[in-house]
Design a protein around this ligand. Structure first.
Ligand code: ASP
Length: 585
């Protein structure tokens, strides 16, 4: 037996006992005739004490211990004279009688402490060392807790965990597929699932009326802090349900997770907002409602005063930043530059300061009198001391730019507290979305989402207006999950695919298996999927999902630790009947 206790376990009540501990050397210190070692494992840190008086040989051995050596010690638990009340084991130490070095260690490339000197690249290359740090380990612990509590909750309401395959054929979730060549079927490829969407619907046809799976999904997309090429979903589907049943079931799950994993309780029902309202008020389908700064349509109070830019704009939009009239020229110039960056893409930023003395100062004073600006304040609800920001242009663009500015101001003003959680169901998404590049409609969610019954007729006359039985759960400006009630009728599914530009032949080739299944008694069904990585990161108060994944990929989709992706040798290519030809730009 390598150990009788862990390094996080011993307390005053263990004083006098003989124990054996194993772990990693965090630090050694020499003080007077004593050598102290902090011994670490997953559970905590215990102080070891070596005294010269007893055994000089043992003490010499202890002095030679390097950082991260793996050791085993045997000794007696004693009460510490100088206690460290910041750690649970801080009242005791072990007087060591026997020391065994289980494995020596090279000096690690960065310090294994909460505040490390390791840069991102180094930490990813030696991720297994990074995970020894408590700050990282605690994130994986939270993730473990979230998965465990998810299973407990779903099990308690009769959901059944069913695995679905990874080697499949394209799933239409709107991203590129990762493909896998088949050796046994040369020239053919599997696609890795972007989600188990079609399989979970087939399981409904099978009669598994409550399915879930904590499952890996693969999407070949450009990466950001909150995106990884492989990520994990809590994927769920239910039969004989309406939208309301799903929202209630999963609101229950999210409440359970926050209570059990963060001790956060939500009062009452999660608020709901239609997609149209969310876009109008926040310019986003995942609004951060931890703070106000709602959009105000300023068309009526800005037009016909000779300012061409506003006169010609489809939408003039304002937000009020409270108590920001004191902003200096320099600050306002910096904000203007910020909105003009290509990532935001605004042409300029108009402001109006509502000074404490009741006067106004704006960047468009030439066109707008003090009375006009007073009308802006009345219209937007600005008070003396506030600052009004205005952007104008085409509706979709202005909304998206204003959303960026609003979130940026929220950050600047400290209004986005990571330990405050504000959920919001966004409902009534449009079924279809026009894509300029391909000049056709795309499914906003995916092609299996059902239109609202009352909007089906619009499919022929005004497809862009059709609303879907689709919903997202947003929290703090992040989409935590989304789903829909599905089509379960073959002819409606065929009609939907037709509107998405599939010929009958293409539709049959790609989704014939699902439409066939719909002819064998498909129950009404619907579902939802949550991003486990994002959910955990949000719960942990972070935007980076990478920190919550044990072995994540970097922004170029590389695993720098194992150095993947990598080339494969010719033998392997031959077996797969593949030839690699890289086109030079
Ligand atoms: N399959 C969907 C997604 O991955 C979720 C759902 O509709 O249940 O976003």
């Amino acid at each position: 037996m390598y150990r009788t206790h862990t390094c996080g376990e011993l307390r005053l009540s263990d004083v006098g006992n003989e124990v054996t501990l194993s772990g990693w050397v965090q630090r050694t210190r020499e003080m007077g005739g004593m050598t102290f070692v902090d011994l670490r494992d997953r559970y905590g840190i215990t102080q070891l004490a070596f005294s010269t008086e007893g055994n000089e040989e043992l003490n010499q051995k202890a002095r030679k211990l390097g950082r991260e050596f793996v050791i085993q010690v045997k000794g007696k638990v004693i009460e510490r004279s100088s206690k460290n009340m910041t750690i649970p084991t801080g009242e005791i130490e072990i007087i060591v009688a026997e020391l065994n070095i289980l494995n020596a260690a090279k000096t690690p490339p960065f310090t294994i402490e909460n505040e490390t000197d390791g840069g991102e690249e180094q930490r990813m290359k030696y991720r297994y060392l990074d995970i020894r740090r408590k700050a990282v380990l605690d994130k994986l612990r939270l993730r473990n807790k979230v998965s465990l509590e998810t299973r407990k909750y779903l099990d308690s309401v009769d959901f059944m965990d069913v695995e679905t395959p990874y080697l499949i054929k394209s799933t239409p979730e709107g991203a590129r597929d990762f493909v896998v060549p088949s050796r046994m079927n040369q020239g053919e490829f599997y696609a890795l699932p972007q989600s188990p969407q079609t399989f979970k619907q087939l399981l409904m046809v099978s009669g598994i009326d409550k399915y879930y799976q904590i499952v890996r999904c693969f999407r070949d997309e450009d990466l950001r802090a909150d995106r990884q090429p492989e990520f994990t979903q809590i994927d769920c589907e239910m039969s004989f349900v309406e939208q309301e049943d799903i929202l209630n079931t999963f609101e229950g799950m999210v409440k359970h997770l926050f209570k059990s994993c963060r001790d956060v309780e939500f009062e009452g029902d999660f608020p709901r907002m239609t997609y149209a309202e969310a876009m109008e008020t926040y310019g986003s389908d995942k609004p951060d409602i931890r703070f106000g700064m709602e959009f105000k349509n300023m068309n009526s109070v800005t037009k016909d005063k000779g300012f061409k830019i506003f006169d010609e704009a489809e939408l003039v939009l304002g937000i009020v930043a409270n108590e920001c009239a004191v902003y200096t020229r320099k600050q306002l110039d910096a904000l203007t530059k910020w909105v003009q960056r290509p990532q935001v893409g605004a042409k300029g930023l108009v402001y109006a300061k509502y000074n404490d003395d009741g006067t106004f100062k704006s960047s468009v004073d030439k066109f707008y009198s003090q009375e006009d600006l007073q009308a802006w304040a009345d219209h937007t609800g600005a008070k003396p001391g506030d600052l009004i920001f205005i952007l104008s242009g085409d509706t979709d663009k202005v909304r998206s730019q204003m959303n960026d500015l609003r979130l940026h101001m929220g950050d600047e003003l400290g209004l986005r507290n990571p330990n405050e959680f504000k959920p919001l169901w966004v409902i009534d998404f449009p079924l279809l979305e026009w894509d300029e590049d391909s000049n056709r409609f795309h499914a906003m969610h995916h092609p299996f989402t059902s239109p609202k019954a009352e909007d089906v007729a619009l499919l022929e006359t005004d497809p862009g207006k059709v609303r879907a039985n689709a919903y997202d759960l947003a929290m703090n400006g992040v989409e935590l999950g989304g789903g829909s009630i599905r089509i379960h009728d073959k002819s409606l599914q065929a009609l939907m695919l037709k509107h998405l530009g599939f010929t009958e032949e293409e539709a049959n080739k790609q989704f014939g298996f699902l439409m066939d299944a719909f002819e064998f008694g498909a129950p009404p069904h619907g579902g939802i999927a949550f991003g486990l990585d994002r959910l955990t990161a949000t719960m942990g108060g972070s935007d980076s999902i990478r920190d919550y994944i044990a072995f994540p990929k970097n922004n170029s989709g590389r695993d720098v630790m194992i150095d993947a992706p990598a080339t494969i040798d010719n033998e392997q290519l031959k077996e797969l009947a593949l030839k690699v030809e890289i086109e030079k730009e």
